[in-house]
Design a protein around this ligand. Structure first.
Ligand code: ASP
Length: 377
């Protein structure tokens, strides 16, 4: 298929050849560089050109979604398997809708109802889905690093749909897209973005830190000190380069003049005893209420990756208020996942990746800072 100049996105039934788009989103200039990643395991290996390419491709996919029939044939005949070892609504459904919108053949497997319950290993399951025709594998797993293992055993592309505390790359990309489409000026550069809550257990926070700092935002993470453990060291290691990355338990300082506040769910399923006195106390000290939001800029945007615990990390009236872009985040999840499926399908030569999906290009120097990422499980 050929999305150059996007004719392939024109007629839904047109037979087309595949190539990486050279122009996207109408009159936008061609993005610098090509997509070279075989897998999407995290955003830490994406350069700003890569992020730019994902954003432009997402804009094209968002346009497709406005059509009466939001379907294009670019993945016709491609098997996409979504393998979930952990509960999921938004990510699983939006990957499925995205793959179907691209005309892929989609198979959904919930580990709880598969041969995993009979003792089948992750590697055996991956070999099985590959033998059954999967060329792309979306994997959600409770263990950090599982998609990296999968990438070593799967001959197609692996997309991380969330692994343990570690990473949730498509969430970070859809958050970036949401901000770029909703912030005046269309960019996060120089904007104060606060990630508030259970940062310690949040793969969303970790992937957003990479993506938002790479895109030039001034990122603050805020929560009880027990839920920020390790992030000071990460900030000190220079994850954000010359850009600002601030770690604080001072909620007022974090919220003051913020452009964006992203509340995170208290991840009760990952919470060790003793990290929080009680949910009530957390809500009283760190819950995002209307009064607290008033410290931010008057037009500050409110985000949440979902699922929300209203009345704990976010008040119901804030979640449903005028400043909330939470439903945009969900809707944009489809467009961004269409974009990454499309880009990965076009980069199947894998020439810039090693077997583990790691970036082997010299410019991928930010990998060096990964050792300082706060321990995930
Ligand atoms: N849906 C997000 C995730 O999968 C956030 C959450 O579960 O709280 O990580």
């Amino acid at each position: 298929m050929n999305l150059s100049a996007d004719p392939a996105l024109g007629a839904p039934d047109e037979a087309v050849e595949f190539a990486i788009p050279t122009t996207l989103a109408g009159s936008n200039p061609a993005p610098a560089g090509r997509w070279t990643h075989r897998h999407l395991l995290d955003v830490d290996v994406l350069t700003s050109d890569d992020l730019d390419l994902v954003m432009r491709t997402t804009a094209t996919m968002a346009e497709v979604l406005t059509r009466e029939i939001p379907k294009v044939p670019v993945l016709r005949g491609w098997g996409v398997t979504i393998l979930s070892y952990e509960a999921s609504t938004r990510t699983r459904v939006s990957f499925e809708v995205a793959a179907k919108n691209l005309s892929a053949d989609v198979v959904n497997i919930a580990a709880a109802s598969s041969s995993v319950t009979k003792g089948e290993s992750l590697i055996d399951t991956i070999r099985t889905v590959e033998a059954l025709g999967a060329r792309m594998l979306v994997l959600r797993h409770a263990t950090s690093g599982a998609p990296y293992l999968a990438a070593q055993h799967f001959s197609g592309s692996v997309l991380n749909g969330g692994d343990g505390w570690h990473a949730h790359p498509t969430q970070a990309l859809l958050d970036l897209y949401t901000l770029e489409t909703r912030l005046p000026g269309g960019s996060v550069r120089g904007r104060k973005i606060v990630i508030l809550g259970d940062v310690l257990h949040s793969r969303v926070a970790r992937s957003n830190l990479w993506a938002l700092t790479a895109a030039g935002a001034d990122v603050w993470v805020c929560g009880p000190t027990t839920l920020l453990r390790g992030f000071d060291a990460w900030a000190a290691s220079g994850v954000a380069g010359s850009r600002r990355f601030t770690v604080t338990s001072d909620l007022n300082a974090a919220l003051r003049d913020a452009d964006v506040v992203m509340a995170l769910r208290i991840q009760r399923e990952r919470m060790a005893a003793g990290l929080l006195p009680s949910l009530r106390e957390y809500a009283a000290r760190f819950g995002l209420t209307r009064e607290r939001l008033a410290l931010a800029r008057p037009d500050a945007l409110v985000m949440h990756p979902g699922p929300m615990n209203e009345g704990v990390e976010i008040a119901a009236d804030v979640a449903a208020g005028d400043q909330s872009v939470i439903t945009d985040q969900v809707a944009n999840g489809v467009a961004v996942r269409m974009a990454v499926l499309y880009l990965l399908a076009g980069a199947r030569d894998g020439s810039a990746r090693d077997g583990g999906g790691r970036d082997v290009r010299p410019e991928a120097g930010r990998e060096a800072a990964r050792g300082a990422v706060p321990a995930a499980e």
